[in-house]
Design a protein around this ligand. Sequence first.
Ligand code: ADP
Length: 483
Amino acid sequence: MKVLQVSAEIFPLLKTGGLADIAGALPAALTAVGCDVRLLLPGFAPILQDLQDASLLAELTAPWGERVRLLQGSLASLATQAYVIDAPALYQRPGSPYEDAQRQPYADNYRRFALLGWVAAQLAQALDKSWQPQVVHSHDWHAALAPAYLHYARARQAQRVGSVYTVHNLAYQGVFARQHFAELGLPEAAFAMHGLEFHGQLSFMKAGLYYADRITTVSPTYAREIQTPEQGCGLDGLLRSRANMLSGILNAVDEAVWSPATDKLIPFAFDALKPAGKAHCKAALQKEMGLAVQPRAPLFGVVSRLTEQKGLHLVLSAIDDLIARGGQLVVLGSGEAWLEAALMAHAEKSPQAVAVNLGYDESLAHRIFAATDVTLVPSRFEPCGLTQMYGLKYGNLPLVRRVGGLADTVVDCTLENLAEHSANGFVFDDFSTDAFGRALRRAFALYARPREWDAVAQRAMQTDFGWNASALNYLDLYRQVAA
Ligand code: ADP
């Protein structure tokens, strides 16, 4: 099965969130189940730098007249064949791939990412004579025009190429002013309610949802939630109408990157059978972050984008209680200024109990998962969530809200779940300080019983979050849509 994976980010080259982790893990996971995977990526500097044995496949003229080059080579970090769009005027900009230094989306984002979908469709039309995909699998709004271009190219195509579109977060939609539609090279008919028009504007996300042969999202629960008005971001009607084409395939953990037994980024190795290293990791992090070095202080961790989605105001509201109960908190994240400031204020007030690192630090993220006892993920909504799974792998019991992929991966430590050995964390329902506070108290209560806690943590570390099952689910979809 020849599959072209199309995404804007890819770990370890360029990452702003979970999308990159998944894009980075899929090539190996799909190869392991027999797929022939190639990647299509925008030519951001770290991606171009990683491209080995690059050759020029084609010079192309984008629908709006811009000349771009398509390179072909092998990505050294991923050991995967890749096509990279070399368009320095579009992609060679410092900082975030999507926003300028003032955190404003680039005004030409519609061109920067339409190009990604458009080139995918060129490759589907045998631009590379030696390799033509049977399926184009595109991810999130940045790559969401691929199914639309593919749909309109089908009339000209000898061989039908299937399209699969994965939503990693429905809240980020890529909506642009109508006036830009004419530049995209799509037929007028596409700008319609039955197309990519969204309340008079043009929506990349809607293009993906409307034109793809199959839609997936990253957990079964989120697949249901996005069909409701509460979580559908205005697209629930379309999603309900395509419910037969929509499925939830749970994200998995790349165990080559996230395993405490082999992780080079943490100071002491450990695993379920030899857990002693975790206590050393905890002491090392407490020291590093200026926290009191107390082995029996339950250490709570947050590794997150600091946005409204993540529900971190609930954490803020509980910090005093958490400290009063003898706990500690470490936060690594960046995002909204008010949240950053509020967290910093707590760290300044209680430096022995609260440590905050504002920024993005892959290696510190690993040290935090290795050190902490509880990973906090109180999200308002969460398509899948990766940090609760990383937490489990590193012997944390996650404390999460029962939404999206969090609901699919964390089982509350109720008495009956403990008795049945299914419990692995703390789950609350209401998006309220009360409900969060009660879950926090449950965490403290279990922590006060070390033997029970350790037994749950040991099982947590042994959870199978490997890619095999999810990769087979994707392969099944590819078979359904390929000619
Ligand atoms: P989302 O994609 O909504 O940001 P996920 O939980 O799916 O949330 O994925 C987040 C990914 O980004 C995880 O790999 C997490 O470890 C990482 N991450 C988030 N914030 C930071 C940060 N400040 N520093 C390092 N890694 C981070």
